[in-house]
Every structure is written in structure tokens, then in C-alpha cells.
Write a new protein. Sequence first.
Length: 231
Amino acid sequence: MQAQELRARLESIRTALAGASEGRYAPPKVIAVTKTHPAEEILPLAEMGVRDIGENRVQEIVEKLPLLAEKFDIHLIGRLQTNKVKYIIDQVCMIQSVDRLPLAQEIDRQACRRGLTVPVLVQVSPAGEEQKGGMAPEEVRPFLETVRHMPGLSVRGLMAVMPNTPDQAYLGGLFADMRTLFERMREEAPQGVAMEELSMGMSGDYLLAARHGATMVRIGSALLGARDYSK
Ligand SMILES: *Cc1c(COP(=O)(O)O)cnc(C)c1O
């Protein structure tokens, strides 16, 4: 995609986000999801004021890192295998997909070895789609109680991946549920836990997510185009 086209897409996304919540919430930050796109397609985003990018595979992060590390902060947004934590622990600014205790324990272990505290989000599955990752909403509170004692990670909020459906009313209900959970956890947050970020909304539903109080939206195809698997 031409840089000009990319800039136009980014501007229209930002403009739409600015008005989406009708003043109820601040517009969310755009995380540009750059998975499957080569570094040369991603680099122009830096000149357009994009600092935060999302990637979902450890190997792809490791491969693209030498070209991207200087200009971007990388958020890991995909399912993370415990045995791969060590490859990216000191390369990403945030791990958004922490959804089970063994993963939190491994992040803590690897971070402590390096003297780091890694910002993380707790991934929730509001629709009960466990295969996509994410814990049930009622599991969040006890999970926070356990991980708040881990010095190697610092919980900053919640993340959700919504079901793939065109049903806006259903999706709107799930986004609202997530915002309610986020606010409840913020009120009840045990010491050592911060509830600042609510990462939800993708290319098909980011305006709906913004309307319901997302603080971060993760936008891939609407920004960088459909992924081309033929190359
Ligand atoms: C790929 C991906 C996105 C972005 O998806 P698009 O529909 O292309 O915007 C967001 N979040 C996660 C977890 C993803 O894997």
C-alpha cells in the first residue's frame, strides 16, 4: 500500500474514533496490528505518529525486531506458549494476552531473572469462547489476587477478543459487559494491580468498542489492508 493511502486510512480512523464515544470517554489509542506485514510496510507508520504496534506470533516478532525495535513499542496480542516467553520478554512493551496462571508464573520467572517488571493485560473471554483464549469474567478477580504478588509483572488492565459476528447488538452488549467488569475491577483492584487499560475492538468493530469505553483498539486490516498470504 502507498504511504499516502495508509495515511488517509489512519486519519479517517482517528477522526471516527474522536467522535465515537460522544464525549463520554477519551478516544482510545490505536494499536496498529502489523502481523503478517513485512517491516517495510510498517515503517511508514512511524512518520505518522504511530508508536504502538501489535503482533501475535513470537517467531514473527523475533524476525522483524531488528527493523522495528527502534521506532515502535511492540504489544504481544496473541496466544503465548509458556516455553516461548523467554524469547520476547525483554522485547515487548506489554503482553496483552495473559489468560492463565502458568503463563503468568513463567512471565514472572523470566522477568525476575532479568530484573524486569513487565506490563500485562488480563485477557477475558466475555462470550465464553475459550478456544480464542481468555478467562471467564468471574475468574478475573481471584486471578488478580494471585498475580498481584508477582514482582516480574504488573497488571495494567483487561483485554478481550470478541466473537466474529456481524450482530452489532450482541457485540455492543459484550463490549458493555467488558466496560462494566473493567470499572468493577478498578474499584475493587487489590493493591499492586492497576486498571488503566481496556483493550478491545478490531477492524470490524472498533467504533462500537470506542463507544463502550475502550482505551485501546487493535486495528489490522482496516489500516494495513487484507493480509496477503500469497507472498
Ligand atoms: C489480528 C488481531 C487483531 C486485528 O484484527 P483486524 O480484524 O485485522 O483488525 C486484533 N487483535 C488480535 C488479538 C488479533 O490477533
